[in-house]
Each structure stands twice: as structure tokens, then as C-alpha cells.
Design a binder for this molecule. Structure first.
Ligand code: SF4
Length: 229
């Protein structure tokens, strides 16, 4: 069973598949508590009800779209995720899993979209000490990220809000074995077009000088910070 927050059709706004029409299956529940989370309804205050893989497949059978994005929350917390991926592959779908890279599972997946959380995600002051401790104990798991990267095609997306964050990405990468530099992306921490533009004004130059990819959040430009997009 998998807890589902929402299922909708939209266009991928981030990463290698930007611009690709996609079905988004948003699972509900997360093992982290990033303070800046922009899908709190699927993490901090998880909504939705649990569904079998068959029920989820039934919900998407009307969509004539090849690409499916499993997102969250954290989809990897669900034991039934590999079964859902297998059934999607049987139906000829291209599967992306969006994950923070803290839980290792084998699953048929065409693109592992891994977003390791930096120290800038710490929820101190926003939640209980218990959650702060759990978040810090779980978020940094380069060995899991390495294992996910080894399973197939991947992209690494880091959310940054300052030059210090960007420098922490370099530190993170220095502890990560076997990654492809051209699959590493830095994405602004922003939920409005104006914030995106302010962040991109320094981040673009920073990425250029460090030979790393810049990742915009195009869905915010296209649709605004709205659910179901
Ligand atoms: S890992 Fe993602 S879904 Fe979970 S709290 Fe952080 S930003 Fe939100």
C-alpha cells in the first residue's frame, strides 16, 4: 500500500527532463523535515489515503502520457514502490523517482532524481528537538546516494540559497565516489519568480566557474507556486 497525496498531469519543470509532459504521482509522508519544504501537505502534515498498486494504476490509465514521476514527500519510504515501478514499466512508462537519497531500494527506474539535503535544510526552530535530531541523523547519506547512482541513469539536484550552500555542495561532492560532474545540478531555493531571478543572478556565474549545471524551477515560472502543477 502507498499513501497518495495527489495524482496529476503537468510538465516537468526541473532537471534533464524539463519540458516533458508527465504524470506526477505524489506519495505522502517523509522521513525528513526540511524547514523550506514546499510540499508540506506530503511531508510535515501528510494528507491523503493509502492505495494498492492496482488502484494507483487504475487512476492513471486514462492519461495518454509516457513519462511518470514518482515524487513526494519521500516515495522511497514505501515498500510497495518497486512493485508500482515494475507495473509502470510493464505498461511502457518512463519512470522517474524523485528522492532525497536517504533510503536504498532496488526498483526499475529510468531516471533517479536524487536531491541530497544540505545543512541548510535543518528545521531547528520549526519543529521538535526530536525531529531536528532525526533530520540531522538521516539527511546525510552519501553511501545511499552512491548506491542509487549505481542503479542507472541519475541526476543530482542540490537546493541552495547562498554561496555558503554552494560551497557545501563542493564539500559534499568531495565525499561522494564515482559521480559524473555533468549530472550535478544546483537549484535555487525559491518559490516565486522574483526569488528565482535573485538567486539565479549569482548562481549562474557560480555554476559556470565551477563547471556544474544550473537548474531552474520552470514550473514556478509557467504555473506559479500552485499545487497540481
Ligand atoms: S525531503 Fe523533500 S518532501 Fe521531505 S521535507 Fe525535505 S523537501 Fe520536503
Amino acid at each position: 500500500m502507498i499513501r497518495i497525496s495527489e495524482i496529476f498531469q503537468s510538465v516537468q519543470g526541473e532537471g534533464f527532463l524539463t519540458g516533458t509532459p508527465s504524470i506526477f504521482i505524489r506519495t505522502s509522508g517523509c522521513n525528513l523535515r526540511c524547514w523550506y519544504c514546499d510540499t508540506r501537505y506530503a511531508s510535515w502534515e501528510p494528507e491523503g489515503s493509502t492505495h494498492s498498486v492496482a488502484e494507483i494504476l487504475k487512476q492513471i490509465e486514462g492519461f495518454r502520457i509516457e513519462h511518470v514521476v514518482l515524487t513526494g514527500g519521500e516515495p522511497m519510504i514505501f515498500e510497495a514502490l518497486p512493485e508500482l515501478c515494475r507495473e509502470l514499466k510493464v505498461r511502457g512508462k518512463h519512470v522517474t523517482i524523485e528522492t532525497a537519497g536517504t533510503i536504498d531500494r532496488q526498483a526499475p527506474c529510468d531516471l533517479w532524481s536524487i536531491s541530497p539535503k544540505l545543512s541548510n535544510s535543518n528545521p531547528l526552530g520549526y519543529t521538535s528537538q526530536q525531529w531536528v535530531r532525526k533530520h540531522e541523523a538521516v539527511r546525510y547519506a552519501p553511501q545511499v546516494v552512491e548506491s542509487l547512482m549505481a542503479k542507472g541513469d541519475y541526476q543530482l539536484k542540490f537546493v541552495v540559497g547562498s554561496i555558503l550552500d554552494a560551497e557545501e555542495v563542493l564539500e559534499y561532492l568531495s565525499h561522494l565516489r564515482g559521480y559524473d560532474r555533468h549530472r550535478v545540478m544546483l537549484m535555487p531555493r525559491a518559490i516565486h519568480t522574483e526569488q528565482l531571478d535573485v538567486q539565479l543572478s549569482w548562481l549562474a556565474d557560480w555554476c559556470k566557474s565551477h563547471d556544474l549545471r544550473l537548474c531552474d524551477r520552470q514550473h514556478i515560472r509557467w504555473f506559479g507556486n500552485r499545487r497540481g502543477t
